[in-house]
Each structure stands twice: as structure tokens, then as C-alpha cells.
Design a protein around this ligand. Structure first.
Ligand SMILES: O=P(O)(O)OC[C@@H](O)[C@@H](O)c1c[nH]c2ccccc12
Length: 271
């Protein structure tokens, strides 16, 4: 059983909703990332998604893009990330799921990546630009190493594709709440063309389909920027994922505020 499996099973037993917090590795800097992971855990996060900065982050909205640029400028790369994960592991055993684009991983070597990062203490990866249809090879490597490869469903996923994805689901399924890029929808600035609000009815329908196909927990993310939005998304899911709303505070060096905000999400989800 991985750290992630254990935490997901505990949440289920306690009938609690999961709170997954996305942080960008290297923001505000390396030491600050370790502090942010610890702060998120203290505030009640159950899983940390650790972003790996990339020059062309096609799924990211303005906040995560800005964080990625800052991290790259600060020198974050896979070698440093490996070291950072080892350091984080001297402080906490919270499940850590990497979130990064495939180019970096291909360049490093898929097998070597999975082996090295698993050994450092990473529990799995989310790779948004590897569609299910193209993930078989990577999935096989991950499976061999007991390393999670988290897959996505979105409001635009066909029923057939959803079934396919569910059949190989591992760890949890990431349900993207909107067709668009990352970024808090309630109150935050919207990038042009983004869905302005989360359609919870659509999430409910996606969740219903997924639940018919698999027992793997479902986590909803994209656009959740308030305790109210977290509660609404959690109605249809086992966990919620919050990124931009936390990262925007960390970008302003307001770690204390980020911690308070995460704690407010925890309180709302537990109420
Ligand atoms: O930022 P938001 O809207 O709270 O959404 C979570 C998201 O940031 C995180 O899971 C994420 C960051 N980068 C991604 C790329 C693809 C999918 C998901 C992500």
C-alpha cells in the first residue's frame, strides 16, 4: 500500500472528504516549498500535488503560469526537484503526487524518472498532456514500480472514453470541473474564453458516470477558490483539489494567509 492508498482508505473509513492542495515546486523558493508543504499539512491537507515547472504549461491559467516562471527563474529542474523531495521526506510522510508535463520526463527517461522519484519519496504523477490513449507504456512502467499514474476525466470526455479511463484508474481519478485552464473561478480574474463558473450539475453527472465504473476515489479540481465552492464540489466527489487560490497567496509571500485559507477549506469540508 502506498502513502496515497493509505490516506485515501483512511478518509473513506472516517467518512471524510479529501483536501488536495497543489503547490509549485520552487515557489517562493526551495526552502519555502518545504514550509508550504508543512503549512498545508498542518492546515488539514491530505495530499500534496507538487507542480513541476515547465515552459509551455498548456493546461495552466495565469496564476500557475506565473508560479512556473518564477520556479524556472529560481533554477528549479528535475535534479533539484529530486533533492527537494528527499528533503520534504525528512519532514513529512504526506502523499506527494507530482504534476508535470511529459517533455521533462521523456528527456530524463521514463523508467529512470519513475524509479528515482519513487525512491526519493514521490507517490505518483499527473501528466496532463499524456492522453489515456497514449499512456499504456508509461502506465506499465508505473505499475511495475507501484507508482500511481493519475488520469483525468473532463466535462468533454465521452462516455466511452470515461469507461476506458476508469478501467485503468489508479490512485484517484481527477475530474476537471470545467473546460478550460486552471484558476479560481469564484472572484478571481478570468483568462479570456475560460468558463466563468463551475457547473456543479455537470460535475454531478460526470461523477455519477465514474462511480458506476470504478471504486477508485474521485477528486474534483479546477476553479475552486472558496470554502463554499469546495463544499459544492465535494457533494459530488471524494476529494477536492485546490491550486491557484493557494498559489496566488504564496506568490505574494503570504504563507500564513495560505495556511489560514487551507484551514478554512478543511473546516468547511468537515462541517
Ligand atoms: O488552480 P486550480 O483552478 O485550483 O486547479 C487545480 C490545479 O491548479 C492543479 O491540479 C493543476 C496545476 N496544473 C495543472 C495542469 C493540469 C491539470 C491540473 C493542474
Amino acid at each position: 500500500m502506498t502513502r496515497l492508498d493509505k490516506v485515501l482508505a483512511e478518509l473513506k473509513n472516517q467518512n471524510k472528504k479529501g483536501l488536495f492542495i497543489y503547490l509549485m515546486a520552487g515557489v517562493p523558493d526551495e526552502a519555502g516549498t518545504i514550509e508550504a508543504v508543512k503549512a498545508a499539512e498542518r492546515a488539514g491537507a491530505n495530499v500534496i500535488e507538487l507542480g513541476i515547472p515547465f515552459s509551455d504549461p498548456l493546461a495552466d491559467g495565469p496564476v500557475i503560469q506565473e508560479a512556473g516562471i518564477k520556479a524556472i527563474k529560481g533554477g528549479m529542474n528535475l535534479t533539484r526537484l529530486l533533492d527537494l523531495i528527499k528533503k520534504i521526506r525528512t519532514e513529512t510522510q504526506i502523499p506527494l503526487i507530482g504534476m508535470g508535463y511529459i517533455n521533462n520526463i521523456l528527456h530524463y527517461g521514463v523508467e529512470k524518472f519513475v524509479k528515482d522519484f519513487k525512491e526519493a519519496g514521490l507517490d505518483g504523477m499527473i501528466i496532463p498532456d499524456v492522453p489515456h490513449e497514449e499512456s499504456a507504456d508509461i502506465r506499465a512502467v508505473c505499475k511495475k514500480e507501484d507508482f500511481h499514474l493519475i488520469e483525468f476525466v473532463t466535462p468533454g470526455t465521452t462516455v466511452e472514453r470515461m469507461k476506458e479511463t476508469c478501467s485503468s484508474a489508479d490512485g484517484f481519478i481527477y475530474a476537471v470541473s470545467v473546460n478550460g485552464v486552471t484558476g479560481a473561478r469564484d472572484g478571481g480574474a478570468q483568462a479570456f474564453g475560460q468558463a466563468a463558473v463551475i457547473d456543479y450539475e455537470v460535475i454531478g453527472k460526470v461523477a455519477e458516470l465514474v462511480k458506476k465504473e470504478t471504486n477508485v476515489p474521485l477528486a474534483v479540481g479546477f476553479g475552486i477558490g472558496s470554502p463554499e465552492a469546495a463544499v459544492a464540489a465535494a457533494k459530488h466527489s471524494d476529494a477536492v483539489i485546490v491550486g491557484s487560490a493557494v498559489v496566488s497567496k504564496i506568490l505574494q509571500n503570504k504563507l500564513g494567509e495560505a495556511e489560514k485559507f487551507i484551514a478554512s477549506l478543511r473546516t468547511a469540508l468537515d462541517a
